[in-house]
Design a protein around this ligand. Structure first.
Ligand code: BDR
Ligand code: CA
Length: 305
């Protein structure tokens, strides 16, 4: 079993990733930590609790940072995920509450208690991870793997021509992680642009799993409409589900081992690039068996409910 914590800004593809994790028999979900990005941290926390309650999963949610390490707060990506994060689905209050500990303290404690075993999958900006690294000098070595959705080596950006959105929203935090010496695996646009779903894929999931699959199908309309408006890809990218799948199915991805830095100022801010400043190499996913990742995603979701 993979002991997993997902650090998330739900978000439509975040919801897909969390429901996927709920359905995956090889994942033990030890908690969710929340972050701004697609929505504010307050909405992300509410949405995370709502998703867990919908899926019937009892696991802690720890609320994360409200703003980036150094950049000013920014407006969430409502044009991709809707004002409340789930497209046109109206907001709803969960019954549960986040735990008292904040996200970085929760991550540090869980990494200590599950030393050498914990996998963290950040699928939003990396602010909580940077805080954890800065708070606990053992955090980076206590964690087994940090598998991020973010960045791009050769694919170009999706929020600017150079930058992927999660890195762009807190480039300094990403730089703290990439320079930390932790075992980092980067699931960026080089691979997530090759894992796509269409309207009919979500229809089939909803037909087989009316409750949770139906909820994802309802959200997917808004997300697919954004991708249609950009017009580059034939469907919507399964960014965040691909990162969760990389945690448990690494053989579906081809890695390049290189040290990576983040450009933190100027026109190319948020760009991830190979560096030769002596830091530890990270594992960048450069190829993916897209059909296999997509099939796994659809099969597992269809078995939900
Ligand atoms: C990433 O940005 C967010 O919009 C998505 O949820 C995903 O984590 C893709 O660049
Ligand atoms: Ca996300």
């Amino acid at each position: 079993m993979t002991k997993l914590i997902i650090d998330t800004d739900p978000g439509i593809d975040d919801a897909m990733a969390i429901f996927y994790a709920a359905a995956a028999p090889e994942i033990e979900l030890l908690g969710l930590t929340t972050i701004f990005g697609n929505v504010t941290t307050a909405i992300a926390t509410r949405n995370a609790l709502r998703l867990l309650e919908a899926a019937g999963i009892d696991t802690p949610v720890a609320r994360g940072a409200e703003k980036p390490l150094m950049m000013p707060p920014f407006t969430p990506s409502a044009h991709v995920h809707g004002d409340e994060g789930f497209g046109d689905i109206p907001p709803a209050d969960p019954t549960g509450q986040p735990v008292q500990e904040d996200a970085a303290d929760f991550l540090c404690r869980m990494a200590r208690e599950h030393k050498g075993e914990l996998v963290i999958c950040p699928i939003g900006p990396l602010t909580n991870i940077a805080h954890a690294i800065q708070r606990d000098p053992d955090f980076a070595s206590n964690v087994a793997r940090i598998v991020i959705m973010g960045g791009s080596l050769e694919e170009g950006g999706n929020i600017t021509p150079h930058a992927e959105a999660n890195i762009y929203h807190d480039p300094h935090a990403a730089e703290v992680l990439f320079a930390s010496g932790a075992r980092v695996e980067m699931v960026g646009l080089d691979v997530t642009h090759r894992v796509l779903c269409t309207e009919s894929d979500f229809e089939s999931v909803a037909a087989k799993a009316p409750d949770l699959g139906g909820m994802l199908q309802e959200m997917s309309h808004y997300y697919l409409a954004f991708y249609r408006s950009v017009g580059k890809l034939d469907g919507c990218s399964l960014h965040d589900p691909a990162a969760v799948i990389a945690c448990t199915h690494p053989h579906l991805f081809g890695l390049r081992e290189v040290p990576v830095a983040v450009i933190c100022e100027g026109e190319e801010i948020g760009k991830t690039a190979v560096t030769n400043d002596g830091r530890t190499a990270i594992h960048v996913c450069m190829t993916v068996d897209g059909p296999a990742v997509k099939s796994l995603f659809l099969e597992r979701l269809a078995a939900l409910n």
